[in-house]
Ligand binder design. Structure first.
Ligand SMILES: [Zn+2]
Length: 428
């Protein structure tokens, strides 16, 4: 390629990038997961899919070793063999047969990214460790739609390096949306199977939607969510019998035995299923709540509940996910923790301090009486608008802007944790 051609090409790429960024401003980003139908693959393809992740792990660990004593940018991504240790910790040389060059690049880029985010955290005064070797590689980036992966139709996806299109489940969620655009995707190796998580962009819908009237919600332990309309929503997802059975069986197996290892794999799968059910439930609840024009809620301290005597009930509840999803939404008003939503009487405005957790009915001297949770949910709306009580109880600007900012910050840090925290690498 001549110098002139090269410059022209760079220019084209730059222009295209600009164009895309401009278009993205009027689009919303959503990530969908489709499951790979493993049973429809032939033996070779099954090995291929498995080995992609094994080789990615080998490569990852090799790059990590390299980066300990060298500049990571000097690592040759065209490499076809890597160094590693076998079961008895003896050095071996392994060949990379299944990993495509783009996948190799994405593994190496992933490490670079992690190193960078670690150094950012260090700059901000956070305590950091170093990256750990992986025993399991979970996610491979498929950089470019049409190049590293492509949907053939609703039921099939083509992935670079694998000859036949792969049968998938779940593309109906997004395939027929008009004007949908696909960005990058991730090939995932999860305890319950292989997935492709695809990032999509679609047009923001016009703002002429009709909403239901505004609603207040109270999050509690027993029924979990109560609305100001008097509806009680259960968010508890029960442990399966199978999970308990597996846990019991693991306890009986010898530590370090291959049987125990197998059982632990099963356990991870069960937890993944439980997690999926929780997410599903949370999505449905959030979707239902957001049909209302505005949702009023309080920033309740759920992690505090977990430590306390409510433990397991909270652990298996989708409440945390529901809260996290709602708090970020623009049509949700969040009241700060310190506002007494349960104790304040909406009629006279008196704060009834002697209400305890066991009082299921709120009763005020002025004669007002209501179910405790419904009362609290109704109060969310009233207190947010400073219209609670005739005596003029007034919470200056109860709208929880600060809460939201604080929460967003926490979320960002959590993202960093997932990328860079040394602890997150020692899974499984
Ligand atoms: Zn009262």
């Amino acid at each position: 390629m001549t110098e002139e051609k090269r410059l022209a090409k760079n220019n084209r790429i730059r222009e295209k990038g600009k164009e895309t960024r401009l278009r993205r401003q009027s689009q919303i980003c959503r990530v969908f997961r489709v499951k790979i139908d493993f049973s429809h693959l032939n033996e070779f393809e099954k090995t291929q899919l498995k080995m992609i992740f094994v080789e990615a792990k080998w490569l990852y660990n090799d790059v990590l070793t390299f980066s300990n004593s060298n500049e990571i940018n000097e690592y040759d991504y065209k490499i076809t063999t890597v160094h590693g240790l076998d079961k008895d910790k003896q050095p071996v040389i392994r060949e990379l047969e299944y990993l495509s060059s783009q996948m190799k690049q994405s593994v190496i880029q992933g490490i670079k990214h992690n190193i960078k985010s670690l150094s950012v955290m260090k700059k901000h005064g956070r305590k950091i460790g170093s990256l750990k070797y992986k025993s399991n590689y979970e996610s491979i980036n498929l950089q470019q739609y049409g190049n590293t992966y492509k949907f053939c139709d609703k039921k099939h996806v083509k992935i670079q390096g694998i000859k036949r299109p792969i049968k998938i489940e779940g593309a109906e969620q997004f395939f027929d949306i008009s004007g949908i655009e696909f960005a990058n995707a991730k090939l995932l190796n999860l305890p319950d199977g292989y997935y492709v998580a695809v990032t999509t962009f679609q047009h923001k819908g016009g703002g002429t939607k009709k909403y239901k009237p505004e609603i207040g919600i109270d999050m509690g332990i027993k029924t979990s969510i109560t609305t100001s309309e008097g509806k009680k929503i259960k968010v508890f997802v029960g442990e399966t019998k199978r999970l308990k059975k597996i846990q019991r069986r693991i306890a009986k197996r010898k530590k370090g035995s291959s049987n125990r290892y197998k059982m632990r794999k099963l356990l991870r799968k069960e937890y993944q299923k439980l997690d999926n059910r929780k997410k599903d439930k949370a999505n449905k609840i959030v979707n239902e709540l957001l049909k209302h024009e505005k949702v009023y809620m309080q920033d309740e301290n759920l992690s505090g509940w977990q430590k306390g005597f409510f433990g397991k009930t909270v652990q298996h509840s989708a409440l945390g996910i529901v809260k996290a999803k709602l708090i970020k939404h623009e049509r949700v008003v969040v009241l700060p923790k310190n506002i007494a939503t349960t104790k304040t009487c909406p009629k006279c405005g008196k704060i009834n301090k002697d209400i305890t957790l066991s009082d299921r009915i709120f009763e005020c001297q002025c004669g007002y009486k209501e179910d405790r949770d419904i009362h609290a949910a109704k109060n969310m709306i009233l207190l947010s608008k400073n219209t609670c009580g005739t005596q003029g109880i007034f919470y200056p600007n109860a709208f929880g802007e600060d809460v939201r900012r604080e929460h967003k910050q926490k979320c960002c840090n959590a993202d960093l944790d997932e990328l860079g925290s040394p602890n997150s690498y020692e899974r499984g």
